[in-house]
Design a protein around this ligand. Structure first.
Ligand code: FE2
Length: 276
């Protein structure tokens, strides 16, 4: 095993994370090992998809729903290779199996190369409502369909490239907030109304309806402000940022002077989202 992988595997084991990192390649990918999924695993997948689809059909942006059809989300756990070739025809993205969370540098390198890392294991029936680590359901059902939207697909590749630059400049937290408030918890304008597309929302039966309710606080996208706004990982978001469109998100990200922004703000305390 490569030394970086071996160290990371040890850290994950010490933290009680459940992925098996022993077969990781240098880039932290593994085989999906499709035949190892049991009938129970497929049953859990089907239950999660059936339950969550009732929410996404109501609240998700139309491009996410079109993406669900393109990547053939159905009653069995998807085979990443087959789905990847369908996705690749649309936007050039593919899916790579990983054992769970991976370090930020290889994660960003995958994004920069239009490869989305998806965890190869699924939660068990007794964790159906909540699982601590992101699993196959969160990664696939949440993140993959929207990668079929061309401007968002370009945004995610650019994100990978610029995140690598940001960590060199000490802007880890600022660049992570951008991912959090867009890829995980982003909302978007649609025909004068509001829809959701972030994976944290797509894969959550409770936060998605909350984010779309009048109780949720929303703000129109301002990348500089967003990247200075803190977040809490174990609560519903205090604020959700609304993209005018996927094209507007991409253009706004292309337009920022990232080194300048990091130099100005990376040592500041984050804006408290409770204060908004
Ligand atoms: Fe995620």
């Amino acid at each position: 095993m490569n030394a970086d992988v071996a160290n990371y595997a040890q850290e994950c084991a010490a933290q009680g994370l459940r992925g098996d990192y022993s077969r990781c390649r240098q880039d932290f990918t593994v085989d999906q090992d499709y035949d190892a999924y049991t009938a129970d695993d497929h049953r859990v997948w089907r239950l999660l998809v059936d339950r969550q689809s009732a929410q996404t059909h109501r609240f998700a942006h139309k491009s996410y729903l079109a993406g669900q059809a393109s990547v053939q989300i159905g009653s069995r756990i998807p085979e990443f290779e087959n789905v990847g070739s369908a996705l690749s025809k649309l936007t050039g993205w593919s899916i790579v199996p990983v054992p769970g969370l991976i370090p930020s540098k290889p994660f960003f390198e995958h994004l920069a190369a239009r490869r989305f890392p998806v965890t190869n294991w699924l939660r068990k029936m007794d964790e159906i409502d909540y699982v601590v680590e992101p699993d196959l359901f969160h990664d696939f059902f949440g993140h993959v369909p929207i990668l079929s939207q061309p401007a968002f697909a370009d945004f995610m590749q650019l994100y990978g490239e610029r995140a690598l630059e940001a960590i060199e400049l000490g802007g880890d937290e600022m660049i992570t907030r951008l991912y959090w408030y867009t890829a995980e918890y982003g909302l978007i304008m649609d025909d004068g109304g509001l829809k959701a597309f972030g994976a944290g929302l797509m894969s959550s039966g409770s936060e998605l309806p909350y984010a779309m309710s009048p109780k949720a606080k929303t703000m129109l996208l301002d990348i500089s402000f967003l990247m200075r706004t803190g977040y809490e990982i174990d609560k519903f978001q205090r604020v959700y940022f609304v993209m005018p469109s996927f094209e507007a998100l991409l253009e706004a990200f292309q337009a920022i002077d990232l080194p300048d922004m990091i130099a100005r703000y990376s040592n500041d305390l984050p804006i408290d989202p409770k204060s908004l």
